[in-house]
Design a protein around this ligand. Structure first.
Ligand code: PMP
Length: 285
């Protein structure tokens, strides 16, 4: 059975799921998206992802042509159709097809696309041994240029930093903001453990407010760990006891080396391992 893709209320075989080359999502990255996980046949934190999608769309003056209950039904129906127990969902809203100019007023038909597929997990050894990352020279988008809180289809900022990471032999790269502070990684939020406290850059450091980040902060608080959203420097990262990344795809993944410096003793630390198992429990509740 071929995987089905949802486009504007209709299901298509994967090979037949197509949109116009005049779509401004393709021509200009004009659109928004979400990446979600399915655990045990259920979508993890669907409501929060839909809220963020609708907020991203609002911020770019894009009207999503369906409402949240319709989107929820479409997502759940597609999971059932594609018979997924564990998997990944991509929600995409494009501006729709228009003329070759950037004026979004030429686009009249925003496209609603839902992909529900199996997930290609990172190799297990990265979770056991931890990741090595480097700082990219490409800084995160200035919030006054394109706010990182908007999960837009314009991901070139992240793609460039990702390439820098890959060229250094790393799967992720840390991005600084316009003030030189730590912001996040190309597709993940970043956390440090220093003196038993859990630290992560605040929203105004220019980050995507990760859903996984929020879940991990809540789990840490419930476990009695002090959680602080504070501006962090690269020096803070180098001298941290522990470091880990969070994201819908990555979940909770330890970082053991940053810019050739070992973090802590160079192995995943106890707080990271504890939060990782609490997160795993939460996803399968
Ligand atoms: N930052 C960026 C830039 C991202 O693209 C993502 C999502 N892949 C995240 C952080 C993590 O967000 P979430 O936990 O909501 O997946």
């Amino acid at each position: 059975m071929s995987l089905k893709i949802y486009i504007n209320g209709e299901l298509f075989d994967k090979e037949e799921a197509k949109i116009s080359v005049y779509d401004h999502g393709l021509l200009y990255g004009d659109g928004v998206f979400e990446g979600l996980r399915i655990y045990n046949g259920k979508v993890f934190r669907l409501e929060q992802h839909l809220d963020r999608l609708w907020n991203s769309a609002k911020a770019i003056w894009l009207q999503i042509p369906i409402d949240k209950p319709t989107m929820t039904r479409a997502v759940n129906d597609l999971i059932a159709t594609n018979q997924l127990q564990d998997g990944y969902i991509r929600l995409i809203i494009t501006r729709g097809s228009g003329t070759l100019g950037i004026d979004p007023n030429s686009c009249s038909d925003p496209q609603v696309i839902i992909i529900a597929d199996k997930i290609a997990l990172y190799p297990a050894e990265h979770y056991e041994r931890g990741l090595e990352i480097v700082t990219a020279s490409t800084i995160r988008n200035h919030p006054a240029a394109l706010n990182p809180r908007i999960k837009s289809l314009n991901y070139l900022n992240n793609v460039l930093a990702k390439i820098e990471g890959l060229q250094a032999g790393c799967m992720e790269a840390m991005m600084l903001n316009h003030k030189g502070e730590v912001s996040e990684c190309t597709g993940d939020n970043i956390f440090l453990v220093i003196a038993g406290e859990l630290l992560t850059p605040p929203t105004d450091a220019g980050i995507l407010e990760g859903i996984t980040r929020q879940v991990v902060m809540e789990l840490a608080q419930a476990a009695g760990i002090v959680v602080r959203e504070v501006a962090l420097t690269r020096h803070d990262v180098y001298v941290a006891d522990e470091c880990f990344l969070t994201g819908s795809a990555a979940e909770v993944i330890p970082v053991v080396k940053v810019d050739s410096r070992c973090i802590g003793d160079g192995t995943p630390g106890p707080v990271t391992r504890d939060l990782n198992s609490r997160f795993r429990e939460e996803t399968y509740r």
